[in-house]
Design a protein around this ligand. Structure first.
Ligand SMILES: [Zn+2]
Length: 179
């Protein structure tokens, strides 16, 4: 389980390295389209409770659809999540994944989710908030920032990485960091 988790994280870090991305915010749209040649459709016609879809047709062509009515940060997480399905679960299969918004609602690492969704979330969290980038960002925070209760460190980091505060909070838990 731990080995698998590390493999998921290193897959994400390897992609960033190959794409020459070394600082936040991570350009996930470019990774999906340019690096993997996956068609990206930001489509308003998706039902409201659908966050994203990974579609693999019989010829193996891949499309990621995201619900453009949802918040920008959620769309980014969704793209990364679907890319995770593609890389970890769907590469050799002619079908896809359909993700309801439930994986954003509660703690996305909780076990009510399928193991594939948990893995896709771990991948997405590492791709968008890579542990080395986060550690560097935390190092750069002055002590004043961290201990000044008026300043919301999690919110600042979330804005820096273009993700929701929930993703940053979960990464803190993951790397054993707490403010
Ligand atoms: Zn999923």
């Amino acid at each position: 389980m731990i080995a698998k988790r590390l493999a998921v994280q290193s897959t994400a870090l390897e992609i960033l390295m190959r794409c020459g991305i070394s600082k936040p915010p991570v350009d996930v749209e470019s990774i999906v389209q340019k690096h993997f040649g996956i068609k990206l459709v930001q489509d308003e016609v998706l039902p409201d409770d659908i966050s994203g879809v990974l579609d693999v047709d019989v010829k193996g062509r891949k499309t990621i659809l995201v619900n453009s009515a949802h918040h920008k940060f959620r769309q980014r997480f969704c793209m990364a999540h679907e890319l995770g399905h593609y890389l970890l679960h769907a590469q050799k299969m002619a079908y896809g994944f359909l993700d309801k918004e439930s994986f954003f609602r509660s703690n996305p690492l909780k076990s009510k989710l399928s193991s594939k969704d948990i893995e896709a979330n771990r991948f997405a969290a590492e791709l968008l908030v890579p542990t080395p980038f986060l550690e560097k960002a935390i190092d750069e925070l002055s002590e004043k920032d961290v201990f000044d209760t008026d300043k919301d460190v999690v919110k600042d980091l979330a804005d820096k990485f273009n993700v929701s505060t929930m993703v940053v909070s979960l990464k803190f838990v993951n790397i054993g960091c707490s403010f």
